[in-house]
Design a protein around this ligand. Sequence first.
Ligand SMILES: [Zn+2]
Length: 195
Amino acid sequence: MDEKKRTRDGTLVIPGDYLGVIEEYLPGEGVIEENGELYATRAGRVRINEKKMEISIEPVTDTPPLPKVGDIVIGKVVEVKPQATIVQLLKIEGRQGYREIATSKLAGIHISQVREGYVEDMRKEFKIGDIIRARVITDEKSPIQLSTRGADLGVVYALCSRCRNPLVRRGNQLICPKCGNVETRKVSSLYRKLR
Ligand SMILES: [Zn+2]
């Protein structure tokens, strides 16, 4: 009989993969025993509980994560209306970096949620193509609603609307180093500092 390797915690397995012998571990969720040997019954990640001496398979979800209230998200401005800016969500910020979101997911920023205080003209805060960092404030409505209130929220990357060169930040203004164009945005303190 071939010598079989011991399975490590976190290994990705598919149904039928050999996991070990019953003398080592008890079969948990997603694991069956056959003639003293343990096999995966579902695709997922191996989880070994040393205290309980149990091996189980944690299912791997293929569905992209959905943004929840409080999440920080990265998105791209697709439309600027008088009362709301529409954003295509790209990523959710997490403890382990960024996770991709289904690309079709849209979100809105109401004019009252752009910044502290009154916003006169949405077009001075955001432009199509801007990359923004925002907080999810409702996830029940469709589209979900975001806020860019707060110093580290707002535009993190923007192009010159005249020549498409990346703008550089000077205070609360954005300046085009190529053509000298000066633009305004709701700029984040993390402008061009992400990742
Ligand atoms: Zn320019």
